[in-house]
Design a binder for this molecule. Structure first.
Ligand code: ADP
Ligand code: G6P
Length: 489
């Protein structure tokens, strides 16, 4: 099989993730339009180009009828995507419930839901059953499309039960699993009622990957403490079977961002933004509207900064672009109103008839508008309370080679391990510290900004999404060969 430029692809890859890179919007009985999905997983995987990849996942929409399913399958096939159709009840229990109300907050150290205990236990059980059922549905679609020699790469917490389903059906399948969130300390993971079953299932994979060494270490400790398996430098061993566990820090397609800055429409956009905010320093936040992103804390820190620095009040603006996400989960609905309330209060307090200090947009920006915004920003604020990696920080750095703006970065984002030396690291829970870091960033000398930027730019341009995928897949191939050699001895 060949790429568009005639070079052969390295290998066939079945990427399996809950979310397809495009989400479907129904336009008629048999007509669909496809919109790019938001989130770090999609951004990173779209930067992987050297494999002949098929992507299996959910198109983010309920399609109960056969006509609709056929038409959507056809539309997605053009993008090399294969849909898994999940009905409303499964989405409610598996996606909104077990994935986003239980695993997501737990893995980000926000704990398990605390409502009425009995009700939680009952819903926990039915949600876990739906989780397993959904994972089996993904496995069924993989099995339909699998060809011998394919690499099957499962992604994220939604599909923790998938390696087991796949290996039960075919022990020879090469299966890798990568987590895009933190894996928490074993003390946190052990609070999860289904803790052992999930670990065992993930261990059915040949290779298990995390963004950072710490997350990998937490996973291995959970397996040793909860399952009693042996942790080795290579991974986790149980009765002679080794599951390889390692860190594979993700990256972005940095060239795509750098090239975009040269496009006429992006230049035009940059010019407009410069005019619009002339005389003011631009601070930027770009996040999914998620409780892990620390958006209220960020805005409160900005308020504190304005309070303590009257000089800056009419000379700085914070643009917070927050794309709504998981809007059927009550915690996310509460967050939206909380953020609106805080922004309104601060704008009322520090705004004037002609200008407000915070521009908050609840929406997604297209790629070109986003690149332009990154390019005109003086200070980016990434204040996640926890974050697997955080690719927004990488995207900002990629677009800053002209301006050399400052990145304020949470020490609880995986990116702190790679961009820490160039960024100002902060504890997002400490609003006074974040406010002080804003002042430090706005007053930083050009020499120091240049030095910090060079460090980060070098990292972002040399640790790309493509390199991440190549390293993972080649490690997976090697792991399978080594395992065969071990068993044949
Ligand atoms: P997460 O995966 O938790 O969403 P990341 O920072 O790793 O966090 O990735 C977020 C991705 O989604 C980035 O590629 C970013 O550009 C994109 N994104 C986030 N918010 C917006 C937005 N408001 N408009 C457009 N893209 C967004
Ligand atoms: C994070 C998760 C991804 C998810 C993305 C967007 O990046 O790690 O798996 O796709 O958020 O969330 P959503 O629920 O809309 O898919």
């Amino acid at each position: 099989c060949e790429r568009q430029d005639g070079r052969p692809f390295r290998q066939r890859l079945l990427v399996v993730a809950n979310r397809l890179p495009v989400s479907a919007v129904r336009r008629g009985e048999d007509s669909w339009s496809l919109e790019i999905s938001a989130g770090g997983l999609v951004t990173a995987l779209l930067g992987v180009k050297e494999f002949e990849a098929r992507w299996i996942g959910w198109a983010g929409v309920n399609v109960p009828d056969e006509i609709g399913q056929k038409a959507l399958t056809k539309a997605l096939a053009e993008k090399r995507c294969i849909p898994v159709f999940l009905d409303e009840e499964i989405v409610h229990q598996y996606y909104n419930g077990y994935c986003n109300n239980i695993l997501w907050p737990l893995f980000h150290y926000l704990g398990l839901p605390q409502e009425d205990r009995l009700a939680t236990t009952r819903s926990f059980q039915s949600q876990f059953a739906a989780f397993k059922k959904a994972n089996q549905m993904f496995a069924d679609v993989v099995n339909m499309h699998y060809e011998e020699g394919d690499v099957v790469w499962c992604h994220d917490y939604h599909l923790m039960y998938l390696p087991e389903c796949l290996k039960k059906h075919n022990t020879n399948m090469k299966v890798g699993w990568f987590l895009h969130t933190p894996f928490p300390s074993s003390e946190i993971h052990r609070t999860l009622p289904s803790r052992s079953e999930l670990l065992r299932s993930v261990l059915a994979a040949d290779l298990v990957g995390f963004h950072t060494y710490d997350y990998a270490r937490h996973f291995v400790s959970a397996c040793t403490r909860i399952l009693g398996f042996e942790g080795t430098p290579e991974g986790v061993e149980d009765q002679g079977r080794l599951t390889r566990v390692a860190a594979f820090p993700i990256g972005i397609d940095s060239d795509r961002f750098i090239r975009a800055l040269e496009l006429p429409q992006v230049r035009e956009h940059i010019k407009d933004l410069k005019e619009r905010f002339s005389g003011r320093k631009v601070m930027l936040g770009v996040d999914r509207l998620d409780m892990i992103k620390g958006i209220p804390q960020k805005i409160l820190a900005f308020e504190k900064f304005l309070e303590e620095n009257p000089y800056w009040r009419d000379k700085v603006v914070l643009l917070q672009i927050a794309v709504p996400t998981r809007t059927d989960v009550p915690e996310y609905q509460k967050l939206t109103s909380q953020v609106h309330e805080i922004v309104g209060r601060i704008n009322g307090r520090f705004g004037s008839l002609t200008a407000v200090p915070i521009h908050h947009l609840d929406r997604s920006l297209d790629f070109h508008a986003l690149c332009a915004l990154y390019a005109v920003t003086d200070v980016a604020l990434v204040t996640s309370l926890r974050d697997g990696m955080n690719l927004v920080s990488y995207e900002f750095v990629a677009c800053q080679d002209a301006k050399k703006g400052v990145l304020i970065l949470s020490e609880f984002a995986g990116a702190a391990q790679s961009l820490g030396a160039g960024a100002i690291l902060v504890n997002p829970w400490n609003i006074t510290e974040v406010a002080a870091s804003i002042s430090q960033a706005l007053n930083m000398s050009a020499e120091e900004r240049e030095k910090r930027h060079q460090h980060n730019f070098h990292h972002v341009t040399s640790h790309t999404a493509q390199e991440w995928a190549e390293t993972f897949v080649s490690e997976l191939n090697d792991t399978v060969v080594e395992a065969k050699l071990r068993t044949s001895k």
